[in-house]
Design a protein around this ligand. Structure first.
Ligand code: ZN
Length: 131
C-alpha cells in the first residue's frame, strides 16, 4: 500500500490530489487494474469531480456548508459533527481504473481530498490491484 500526506489550510476545502495518486499508482508497478484511494480520517473524504472550473469546487463546498451548518443541535462532545456528516456525504474512498500505470479519468475529472475539519495534516492511502 502507498501512502502520502497533505496539509490542508481551511476548515472546509477540496484539494486536488490527482498528481499524488498518479505517483502512488506508479510506485506500485501495477500497469493495468484498479486502485482504491482511501481516507483514514473520520472528518475528511475522497471524491472525484470536476477540476477544470474552480467555481465547481466552491459551489459544492458552499452547498455542503449550507446543507450541514456548523451551528445546530449537535451532541458530539468534540464539536465537529458537521465534519462527520459531510464525510458521510462524500464517502471515505474512491476507485479508479488503472491503464498504462495511470488513473483513467474523464477529461474534466480530478481526484480530490475533502477537508471538513481543517486545517490539519492528512494521510491518504492508495492500494492498487492488477498486473
Ligand atoms: Zn468528532
Amino acid at each position: 500500500m502507498e501512502k502520502f500526506t497533505i496539509s490542508t489550510s481551511s476548515r472546509t476545502q477540496f484539494i486536488d490530489i490527482t498528481h499524488e495518486v498518479s505517483n502512488a499508482i506508479g510506485n506500485t508497478g501495477i500497469t493495468s487494474g484498479a486502485a482504491t484511494i482511501y481516507c483514514p480520517h473520520t472528518t475528511g473524504g475522497i471524491t472525484i469531480n470536476e477540476g477544470a472550473d474552480p467555481a465547481v469546487k466552491r459551489d459544492i463546498l458552499h452547498m455542503l456548508n449550507s446543507i450541514v451548518p456548523w451551528e445546530a443541535d449537535y451532541r458530539h462532545m468534540e464539536g465537529n459533527s458537521p465534519a462527520h456528516i459531510k464525510t458521510l456525504l462524500t464517502g471515505s474512498s474512491a476507485q479508479v481504473i488503472i491503464e498504462n500505470s495511470r488513473p483513467c479519468l474523464g477529461t474534466w475529472q480530478r481526484i480530490f481530498f475533502c477537508e471538513y475539519d481543517g486545517p490539519r495534516k492528512r494521510t491518504v492511502w492508495v492500494q492498487a490491484m492488477g498486473r
